[in-house]
Every structure is written in C-alpha cells, then in structure tokens.
Design a protein around this ligand. Structure first.
Ligand SMILES: Nc1ncnc2c1ncn2[C@@H]1O[C@H](COP(=O)(O)OP(=O)(O)OP(=O)(O)O)[C@@H](O)[C@H]1O
Length: 280
C-alpha cells in the first residue's frame, strides 16, 4: 500500500490549468487552528469531491475560497486571480463568475423561488430589465428540473429536494464557470439524491462547469466525482481518484471508503454499471 504522502498536494508553483489554487492556507478561530499549510488545486472542468470527518474544516475551506472567511495566512487564487484582500470592484468581478449552493439551500424565505434566483442578477446587474430577469429566472428554474409553476412559490411550499434545486437555480443565475456545492444531497432520500447527482453531472457536461463539492455522500463520490480531496490533520492529506485513494494506507481513508457504507456504495455502483455493460 502507498501512503497519503504519495497523493498529497505538494504546494509549489500554481498549476496554470487550475481554476482554484490554494497555497499554505491557515485558518484559526482563537486558539483553535482549523487549517495549517493547506494546499489544493482544482482543475478546470472537474468535479472535485471534498471529504473529511465532521469539523475538519470543509466549509471553512470553501468560505476561505469564496471570500467569506479571511485566513490567517496563505494564498487563494481563483481563475488565476488572487481573491484575498482585493478591492471591492475586483472582488465583485471574480465573484460574478461563480455560483454557490450553501448547506440547506439558504433561500430567502420571504422571497419566491423566482425572486430568489433574481437576487444575484439584481446584485451584479442592477439595471437589467425586470422582464428579462423574469425570463432568466424562469429558464433557470426549469433547467434545474423544477416545474415551471415553482417560480411563484415560496421556499416553505417546496419539498427539501425542490428547495435544493431552487438553491441551485440561484447559484446558476449568472451562468457561472465554477460551482460550489456544500453537502447538496444531505437530507435527501436516496432517489432524490441520485437525481440531484445526475443533474450536477449533466450541468458539468453541458456548461463545462468546474465543481467544488463538499459531501459525506459516498454514492455521490462514486457516481459523479472525477477526483476526491481528503481533509485531515488540518490540511488536504491526499487528492486523487477513489481507486488511488483506496490504495492508501491511512486509517480514516480506509475506514471511510472500505467501511460498510463505502462497500455498499461500491456495490451500488457495480449494480448500476452491470446492466449498461451487459447491453454493450
Ligand atoms: N465562525 C466560526 N467561529 C468559530 N469557529 C468556527 C466558525 N466556523 C467554523 N468554526 C469551527 O471550525 C471547525 C471546522 O468547521 P467546518 O464547518 O468547516 O467543518 P466541516 O468539516 O464543514 O464539518 P461538517 O462536516 O460537520 O459540516 C469546527 O470546529 C467549527 O466549530
């Protein structure tokens, strides 16, 4: 077996093809150090799954990348541009190019679905004609698999799965190149979760999206992630395909991927692939 060191991001020069590049990141809350010397590259066009035990700092990492958390030290580049300490106009120009689905959808409860989708449009393009905004919102609602009549509904009138899709519609409002998803399938039933995975994969393919996806969902990792980054010991200890990670001698990685749930996810993937291969 190899060790996590073999797949650990090495820092050093930024990869020119990386959409997100993190070097030497340190985050701390008082005495509690969450990240130390964390390096990570996310390649253009990939779905990168980000996993790690609860409290290892997956959400804090995402918040550092999108500028909601100011790190103690380190550098973050997105689209080749540094994101820390930028002037407001420069930061806005970078922010326009990504969309974020926060845990739970984070919809504004007093706004309808269509109005939620229009929030980023109004923020970044305040002079857009209302009719055009309605048209864009309607298109995004349908694009995420919601019925067209979901637009005028309020979040409280939607199921959990529909709320996630509405959050995704808002994240896609500005046709982003990069999408951040924080535990998108948490709380969904297995069929709803699989459908959301399919939607994410389809969007990645059709829009050429790069996706940074935090998840605990092993089925999601197997179904749609090109590579997986593992957070432990305050940094990314390894990043690679699941097969590459499975070959690593690390207790958490072995327990996570080779434990009962990991094996069930492999079985489920094998069952899904078998009919397709038999049909060939
Ligand atoms: N604003 C904050 N103030 C103080 N501590 C924080 C803050 N945000 C996060 N933390 C702490 O940082 C650590 C990492 O939190 P984070 O939410 O990133 O974990 P996570 O890996 O996403 O966990 P989970 O899988 O449970 O969602 C936790 O110990 C958390 O309590």
């Amino acid at each position: 077996m190899s060790t996590p060191k073999d797949l650990a991001p090495t820092g050093g020069e930024r990869d020119e093809n990386a959409v997100i590049s993190v070097r030497g990141l340190k985050n701390a809350f008082g005495e509690q150090v969450v990240h130390e010397k964390l390096d990570l590259d996310v390649r253009r066009g990939e779905i990168l799954g980000v996993v790690g035990g609860s409290g290892t700092g997956k959400s804090v990492l995402m918040r550092s990348i999108i500028g909601l958390q100011t790190p103690v030290a380190g550098e973050v580049h997105v689209f080749g541009e540094p994101t820390i300490g930028r002037e407001e106009t420069e930061a806005t120009n970078i922010r326009k190019r990504w969309g974020v689905l926060f845990q739970g959808g984070a919809l504004f409860s007093t706004l309808t679905v269509a109005e939620n989708v229009q929030v980023p449009l109004k923020e970044f393009y305040p002079n857009l004609d209302q009719a055009l905004m309605d048209e864009i919102a309607g298109y995004k609602v349908v694009m995420t698999g919601l019925p067209a009549d979901a637009g005028p509904k309020y979040p409280a009138e939607l199921s959990g799965g529909m709320r996630k899709r509405a959050g995704l519609a808002r994240a896609l409002a500005l046709d982003p190149e990069l999408l951040f998803l924080d535990e998108p399938t948490a709380g969904l039933d297995p069929i709803g979760a699989a459908a959301f995975d399919d939607l994410t994969k389809a969007l990645q393919k059709t829009m050429g999206l790069t996706v940074f996806l935090i998840t605990h969902d092993l089925d999601t990792l197997y179904a749609i992630c090109d590579r997986v980054a593992v957070l432990a010991d305050k940094r990314v200890i390894a990043v690679g395909t699941i097969d590459e990670l499975l070959a690593l001698d690390h207790p958490w990685i072995q327990e996570y991927f080779n434990g009962p749930r990991g094996r069930a996810a492999i079985d489920s993937k094998d069952r899904q692939q078998a009919p397709a291969e038999a049909a060939q």
